[in-house]
Design a protein around this ligand. Structure first.
Ligand code: ZN
Ligand code: ZN
Ligand code: ZN
Length: 124
């Protein structure tokens, strides 16, 4: 679980390693590389568990809602960290892997919905 944003409404898929994280901070703790920037962000709504994509270059207020269940996923995070901030973070070396059911479900979803690239599966 994300310990940075207590009220996270979506997971984001890191474009660099194709793993799902609740926030950039979680990525930094699990990976040794910096989170890559992308213009098309993949999200998964935590409410309806469905994945969707957003063009971040044309992101507007109406895009702050899950297209499947209308969940308002862009909310004020209960931390100082912005929720979908994709910037160069301090890279911390921490080899912990996310191995919870959420990630497994995300992988299944990902396989079902997106076939655009080879899924770099590191979770087994
Ligand atoms: Zn990554
Ligand atoms: Zn986090
Ligand atoms: Zn939803």
């Amino acid at each position: 679980m994300c310990k940075h944003i207590l009220n996270a409404q979506v997971s984001i898929r890191a474009p660099c390693c194709k793993q799902w994280y609740d926030c950039a901070e979680c990525h930094a703790e699990s990976q040794t590389h910096a989170l890559a920037r992308t213009t098309e962000m993949s999200f998964m709504c935590k409410k309806c568990k469905k994945a969707f994509r957003k063009d971040m270059t044309a992101y507007e207020e109406s895009d702050e809602y899950c297209p499947h269940c209308d969940n308002h996923y862009v909310i004020d995070a209960k931390t100082p960290q912005a929720m979908i901030k994709v910037e160069g973070e301090d890279v911390r070396v921490d080899a912990r892997m996310l191995k919870d059911d959420r990630v497994k479900a995300s992988k299944a979803l990902d396989d079902a919905l997106f076939d655009d690239d080879a899924f770099a599966d590191r979770l087994g």
